[in-house]
Structures are given as C-alpha cells and as structure tokens.
Ligand binder design. Structure first.
Ligand code: SF4
Length: 132
C-alpha cells in the first residue's frame, strides 16, 4: 500500500504567492480576495481554509480545479444568455460562505475524501476547453 498524502500537503504544492493582499506588522497579512478580508497571523489560514500565511506571505491556490463540468446553459443562473449553448464551470477547493444548507461544506473546506479528487490545469488549458 502506497503512502497517503494529506490534503494539506497536496494543496501546499498547488499554491503560489497571492496578489490581493497586504503585508502588515508582526508578519500578519490582510487578504482582500473576498469580503471577509481576513487578518491572518503567520502559520494560520483564512476563513476559506485554502489561503494561508506562510512566513508573512499569503499563499493561494493555483493550477488545479476540484470540479470541472460542461452543462447546458439552461442549468445555470444566467439562463436566457445563449439558449441552447453549453457553459463550462470550474471551481477550486475552499469556500468563504457558511450556508447552513450546503451539501458540499466538507468538500469546500477540503476536509472530505472527494476533495482529494482534483486535476491539475492551467488557466490557458481551461480557456482552451472553453472554446472547443
Ligand atoms: S475567506 Fe479566504 S479569500 Fe476570503 S479574505 Fe479570507 S483568506 Fe481571503
């Protein structure tokens, strides 16, 4: 049986330094990627659990998708945009909402086995899939 890799270690490899943040005193950072505007001390994570402070730098997810789906546009909230067209949706792990009715809450927080199913993909490749 092979070694099991913890999800947190996988995510650590699929991350890069973010851009939407500011460095503060005592090694803290302030993330500006969403409305929570998390103040994150060194070694801690934001509300979404997938962005963290590593030695005074905000590390963010990069280069993968946890979900990738091609659907009829009628399934999407932008119904009537292009009737009969298909819409490509993709997302990463983590979520900054705390909706009590969410059936994906563990996956969004990166805590369940399904969340280990992710595929590496670049922004260029995702865009290529969109136009195929
Ligand atoms: S929840 Fe995540 S994305 Fe939003 S501000 Fe906090 S660390 Fe940034």
């Amino acid at each position: 049986m092979g070694a099991v890799t913890a999800l947190v270690d996988v995510l650590r490899r699929l991350a890069r330094e973010g851009e939407l943040y500011e460095r503060l005193s005592a090694g803290r950072v302030r993330c500006h990627a969403c409305g929570h505007r998390c103040l994150i001390p060194p070694g801690q994570r934001g509300v979404c659990k997938v962005r963290w402070n590593e030695d005074g730098r905000l590390m963010v997810p990069a280069g993968y998708v946890a979900g990738l789906q091609l659907d009829p546009v009628e399934k999407k909230p932008f119904f009537h945009a292009y009737p009969g067209a298909r819409a490509l949706s993709f997302g990463m792990l983590g979520c900054d909402y705390h909706c009590g009715y969410c059936i994906l809450i563990r996956r969004r927080a990166g805590r369940d086995a399904d969340s280990r199913r992710r595929r590496s993909i670049s922004a260029r490749r995702a865009n290529h899939l969109r136009v195929r």
